[in-house]
Design a protein around this ligand. Structure first.
Ligand SMILES: Nc1nc2c(c(=O)[nH]1)N[C@H]1C(S)=C(S)[C@@H](COP(=O)(O)O)O[C@H]1N2
Ligand SMILES: [Mo]
Length: 220
C-alpha cells in the first residue's frame, strides 16, 4: 500500500464528502419554501373543493334581471344592467380564498370588472370613506374605501372561465382576496359609498370589522 493513497477510512470519508458536495450542487433537502413567505394564513387549512357558505337563501337572479346600483357619496352614481357591466373592461385575477371557518383555497381564477375601474367611473366624493355591499339575500358587508381600492378587488361574473353558479353568487359577486371571504358579497345588487361606517351582517354579530386573515382578525 503506497503512502500517498488514502487508507480505507480516508476512502469512505472522501466518498461521504463527495456525496455531500453533490447534494449541495443539487440543492437537496431544499423545499423551495422561504421563511416569512408562508402562503397559508395562521389557523387555516387548505382544501381542494369549494365549500358553499351563506344564510340558506340562494337567490335566483338571471343576468337579464340583474342590475347594479352604485350610489351614495359619489360624483357620478350609476346603474348598470348586464349589458353595461359586460361592456366595461374585463380583467382576470388569480387569488386565494380564506374563509373564517378555517378553510383556504388556492389559485381561484376570477373574471370580471375591477373595483379600480368602477372607482374611475363613479368618482367617490372626498367624504366617502366606507363601502357597503348589499345583496339580493338581504346580506350586507362593509369595507373601507381603501380596502375596496386594492388592485385585486373584482366584481366577478366568472370563475375558472365559467359563469358563477347560483350557489357561489351568480350573476355577480364581489371578490376581496386580502380579507376573509365573508367580505366577498355574493349576489351583489348595490354598492353604497358612505362617510359613515355601516357594519354588515356578520360584523354586527361578533365578527371583525376588517377581517385580515394574516392578522387573524376573526372576531372583534
Ligand atoms: N350575499 C351573500 N354573500 C355572502 C354570504 C352570504 O350569506 N350572502 N356569505 C359570505 C361568507 S360567510 C362566505 S365564507 C362566502 C362564501 O362564498 P362561497 O359560498 O362562494 O364559498 O360568501 C360570503 N358572501
Ligand atoms: Mo364565511
Amino acid at each position: 500500500m503506497s503512502e500517498d493513497k488514502p487508507g480505507i477510512l480516508g476512502q469512505i470519508r472522501e466518498k461521504l464528502v463527495a456525496s455531500k458536495e453533490k447534494w449541495a450542487r443539487e440543492g437537496r433537502l431544499l423545499t423551495g419554501e422561504r421563511a416569512g413567505a408562508e402562503r397559508l394564513p395562521p389557523g387555516q387549512r387548505l382544501v381542494r373543493d369549494w365549500p358553499v357558505l351563506d344564510l340558506g337563501i340562494q337567490p335566483h337572479v338571471a343576468p337579464a334581471d340583474w342590475q347594479l346600483a352604485v350610489d351614495g357619496a359619489v360624483a357620478n352614481p350609476l346603474n348598470w344592467d348586464w349589458r353595461a357591466f359586460m361592456a366595461a373592461p374585463q380583467v382576470e385575477s388569480v387569488s386565494d380564498i380564506h374563509c373564517v371557518t378555517a378553510w383556504s383555497r388556492y389559485d381561484n381564477r376570477w373574471q370580471g370588472v375591477s373595483a379600480r375601474h368602477l372607482l374611475d367611473l363613479v368618482k367617490p366624493l372626498p367624504e366617502a370613506k366606507h363601502v357597503i355591499f348589499h345583496s339580493h339575500d338581504g346580506y350586507t358587508t362593509n369595507v373601507t374605501l381603501e380596502m375596496f381600492s386594492a388592485p385585486d378587488v373584482l366584481l366577478a361574473h366568472s370563475w375558472e372561465g365559467r359563469p358563477l353558479t347560483r350557489q357561489h353568487g351568480a350573476p355577480v359577486r364581489i371578490v376581496m382576496p386580502q380579507y376573509y371571504f365573508w367580505k366577498s358579497a355574493k349576489w351583489v345588487r348595490r354598492i353604497e359609498f358612505s362617510s359613515a361606517d355601516k357594519p354588515g351582517f356578520w360584523e354586527v354579530r361578533g365578527y371583525h370589522n376588517t377581517g385580515d386573515p394574516w392578522k387573524e382578525e376573526r372576531y372583534g
